[in-house]
Design a protein around this ligand. Structure first.
Ligand code: SF4
Length: 354
């Protein structure tokens, strides 16, 4: 697997997960339940965890939500980040109730004394703080600057407040809903600081928009070695965020995973390629091994694809041909072909795991 990061950042610990340094790039998401509703929030976190989420953020708008973190943590295994705005008392309460990290901007919680209070508790509980700026929270004093500089300077101000309070367990995020701004702002801050970076496109939109915006921005940054933890923001079910993040890291060869290659279909197509490809993806959704599976509508590209894939199927006139390790091992009717495909995939997983 590849790690494109060349500039070693400091690291922080968010519960059992490390961010920065030599720790692998982690996947984050955020619940959209009412945090005070412990059962709904736990259910959603468990689903996110099963999908591959490694750190989850919960909105913490009031003291009750902060207190709910304690009960939530009893039922989940991944670290929880409390998302705080404005009220330092909520941050303190969240930390005391088990939050593994807090996201807040010291600049919007008021006096230096209040920041010191939060820092004191964060230090005592060994909890890092994520600070930063997004296009909607640029510090007014930097509004005259070009957008990228304004984002960077706003984030650096937040960092300096914490540093002045003697706190360096920091993660920085700089987000915009614009792809180019996100890329440029992160390039800039990456060159200036050695704190780990949380990267993402903020308010990236609904599924298609976010897939394209997030993949182009985060793909660019990750290939340049920028970013230590990622969140793909998608309006709707947060499970999609985790699925997308996993695929992105897999396709960039940053972590192990399955690649299901499927042809776009054409007049030569001999079976429902999309249906089968989706079924194969579902079958392999939780497998973290490097396996390439081809699903092709016909054999025109079959031989070439078979060489690049571990296993695959291609439609022929009288059935479906199954490829395994570069060779056609037989032609079968649909049900049997799927059965053999799955058997071969399981065999490969077994081999890979020794
Ligand atoms: Fe068409 Fe065959 Fe190519 Fe699929 S693999 S797009 S069916 S030619």
């Amino acid at each position: 697997m590849k790690d494109y990061r060349k500039k070693l950042k400091r690291d922080v610990r968010v519960g059992k997960i490390g961010i920065g340094g030599n720790f692998p790039i982690s996947i984050q998401s955020m619940t959209n339940t009412d945090t005070r509703d412990v059962s709904a929030t736990v259910n959603q976190i468990i689903k996110l965890e099963e999908a591959g989420c490694e750190i989850v953020r919960v909105s913490t708008p009031d003291i009750e939500s902060a207190k709910a973190i304690k009960a939530i943590k009893e039922h989940v295994n991944i670290p929880i980040v409390a998302d705080i705005h404005f009220d330092y008392k909520i941050a303190i309460e969240a930390i005391k109730n088990g939050a593994d990290k807090v996201r807040l901007n010291p600049g919007n919680i008021g006096s230096a004394e209040k920041v010191l209070e939060v820092v004191k508790v964060a230090k005592e509980y060994c909890v890092p703080i994520r600070v930063g700026a997004n296009s909607g929270s640029i510090n007014k004093k930097y509004e005259h600057l070009p957008k990228i500089d304004a984002l960077v300077e706003s984030a650096l101000d937040e960092v300096r407040i914490l540093e002045k309070a003697g706190f360096c367990d920091i993660v920085i995020s700089l987000k915009s809903s614009d792809v180019l701004e996100t890329v440029q702002a992160n390039r800039k801050i990456h060159a200036l600081v050695d704190y780990p970076l949380h990267i993402g496109v903020t308010e990236a939109g609904t599924l298609y928009n976010s897939l394209i915006k997030s993949s182009s921005a985060l793909g660019t940054l990750l290939l340049e070695g920028i970013g230590d933890t990622i969140r793909i923001s998608i309006a709707g079910d947060p499970i999609n965020e985790v699925i997308t993040a996993k695929k992105l890291l897999t396709f960039l060869k940053i972590r192990k995973g399955v690649d299901v290659v499927a042809c776009p279909t054409c007049a030569r197509t001999n079976f429902d390629v999309e249906e089968v490809a989706l079924e194969v993806e579902k079958f392999l959704s939780n497998i973290e091994e490097d396996i390439t599976v081809s699903v092709l509508g016909c054999v025109v590209n079959g031989v070439g694809e078979a060489k690049d894939s571990d296993v695959g199927i291609a439609g022929v006139k009288d059935g479906i041909a199954v490829f395994y390790k570069g060779e056609i091992i037989g032609t079968y009717q649909k049900e049997k072909a799927f059965e053999i495909l799955k058997e071969k995939i399981e065999l490969i997983i077994k081999e890979r795991r020794g």
